[in-house]
Design a protein around this ligand. Structure first.
Ligand code: ATP
Ligand code: MG
Length: 482
């Protein structure tokens, strides 16, 4: 059987049901008002068709599920509740991957879940969730929830269609259709080990497609971060974004500016520090999301005709992917130094053209780029400061005076800045000399300095030049002060 066993329609149980999905008022300019009013919801229905894929027709095996997640599923079932593994874990298992976390969905309320587990705490203000804690592993248990406003819940929508609060429990069908992509809405049932599919996700996983559930534009307006999730998950899983799901993205991309900057920071880490950074970056470019996420970098890349800066960014992201694949540490400071380097260079050139002195221009460019980027992505100071240091150290690499060399070597950010210098080679071979010098300087600074001094002497000899003599200025002959 392949990674996703084919469903035999004769065996699969098909039940057609109606589940409600919120269609937020499409249109609107997505402007955030200070006093979000409770919007009236239209509730068109999404037709769901339950397809039960029996155990012998899929490859999700208990052997690949975390024992703690299994414990939670069994305990819920023994307590008389429905219990399913859900979301990314089912999707990843179907394509033969290794989920990094296991989420559980149930019809038990959070309080009922707490009643079953001693090691359980309830979290979340917007939506109560149960966390069952096993040492460092946390199994998240969510009660089925709906996106519909049936009057019993507590749901608020912003005029532009963005979901502000979301506190309605629902049926499993409701829970399925409020999820983002069909591939993320599959339920593995502990009672019979089948996979329950309400939205066609099983087929989409088999065809490696990211498809939004419901009307794409409405779903992006509810939560613009879904546009990034489409690109990220397609990159991570090697999926295509289905045509209708991809279509509205370039036009709606500016809505991302309204997303919470802290959430966008988290999303960036997932996009670029999970081992698929190159594919993520290319996906963001292709779907017109780069200008919304990294506006100044996007502008700088556009105006860099040679494409050298883009090559450097891609080279750096490739290195990041290799490090992740080798289980080596990766730092957000280095990542953002790379992603924002084109913006920094552009700002620096502008300031210098205005006559600002080099050192001052570097400081100001670093600050400008950081402050501007913070409007979109909440880069914490513990990362933005070392990011700026990496930039500012670049100009120190051309300074070879003994004292300065030792000072640069002792800088806590030297190693990262030197790695960054190496990357700049991808954009310009101008830096080959500096790279060679500082590589040597790390192991034997005194020797590097001596060799460097010799090299400069040799250079003039090689070209057969006599040491330059100072030219004397010819004195003007005074001829009447003309
Ligand atoms: P990853 O492998 O990166 O963890 P994931 O799909 O598991 O991917 P999570 O952020 O862990 O992503 O979310 C878990 C599940 O919650 C998703 O599979 C999806 O069903 C649902 N979900 C997450 N974010 C959204 C969203 N913005 N809108 C609707 N459903 C969402
Ligand atoms: Mg997940």
């Amino acid at each position: 059987m392949g990674a996703c066993g084919a469903v035999n329609p004769a065996q699969a149980l098909n039940v057609t049901r109606l589940a409600s999905i919120c269609a937020a008022v499409a249109g609107g300019n997505g402007h955030i008002s200070k006093d979000p009013r409770r919007a009236r919801l239209m509730q068109p229905h999404i037709r769901t068709q339950l397809q039960i894929i029996p155990r012998d027709q899929h490859n999700v095996s208990r052997r690949d599920i975390s024992p703690n997640a299994l414990r939670v599923l069994y305990r819920l079932r023994e307590g008389g509740f429905d219990a399913f593994l859900v979301g990314g874990a089912v999707r990843d298992l179907l394509i033969g991957g290794h989920p990094k976390d296991f989420d559980v969905a149930t019809n038990a309320t959070p309080e009922e879940v707490r009643g079953l587990f001693r090691n359980c705490r309830l979290i979340g203000r917007r939506f109560r969730l149960a966390h069952v804690v096993y040492g460092r592993e946390i199994i998240e248990v969510a009660t089925f929830r709906a996106n519909s406003d049936d009057g019993s819940g507590d749901r608020e929508l912003h005029e532009g269609g963005r979901v502000l609060r979301d506190n309605v429990y629902g049926s499993i069908e409701d829970d399925a259709v409020r999820r983002d992509f069909t591939a993320n809405a599959l339920y593995y049932a502990i009672e019979d080990f089948s996979v329950r599919d309400y939205t066609g996700g099983f087929e989409d996983v088999r065809n490696r497609l990211m498809r939004l559930i419901g009307d794409p534009e409405t779903r992006y307006r509810e939560d613009p971060v879904r546009m990034l999730r489409a690109v990220r998950l397609a990159a991570k899983l090697d999926f295509e974004i289905e045509t209708a799901t991809a279509k509205p993205i370039p036009q709606l991309a500016p809505l991302l500016r309204e997303a919470a900057p802290a959430r966008l920071f988290e999303e960036c880490l997932k996009l670029f520090l999970s081992g698929h950074a190159v594919k993520s970056f290319i996906g963001l470019e292709r779907h017109g999301l780069l200008p919304a996420l990294l506006p100044e970098t996007a502008a700088a890349l556009k105006s860099n005709r040679s494409g050298a800066l883009r090559s450097m960014v891609l080279e750096g992201l490739k290195g990041t992917d290799t490090r992740v694949a080798n289980d080596e540490p990766v730092s957000p400071a280095f990542l953002f130094a790379l992603l924002l380097w084109p913006a920094y260079c552009r700002s620096l050139i502008t300031l210098q053209a205005q006559g600002v002195h080099a050192a001052e221009a570097q400081r100001r460019a670093a600050d400008r780029v950081t402050v501007h980027q913070l409007e979109t992505i909440a880069l914490p100071r513990r990362f933005s400061l070392p990011m700026q240091e990496i930039w500012l150290l670049q100009s120190r690499f051309s300074q070879r005076q003994r004292k300065r060399v030792f000072r640069t070597l002792a800088h806590p950010r030297f190693r990262a800045a030197f790695d960054f210098l190496n990357l700049r080679l991808a954009a310009s071979d101008e830096h080959a000399d500096d790279v060679a010098f500082w590589r040597e300087a790390q192991s034997d600074p005194a020797h590097a300095l001596a060799v460097d001094a010799d090299a400069h002497r040799d250079e003039s000899n090689e070209e057969g030049e006599a040491p330059r003599k100072r030219r004397r200025r010819r004195r003007k002959t005074g001829n009447g002060g003309e």
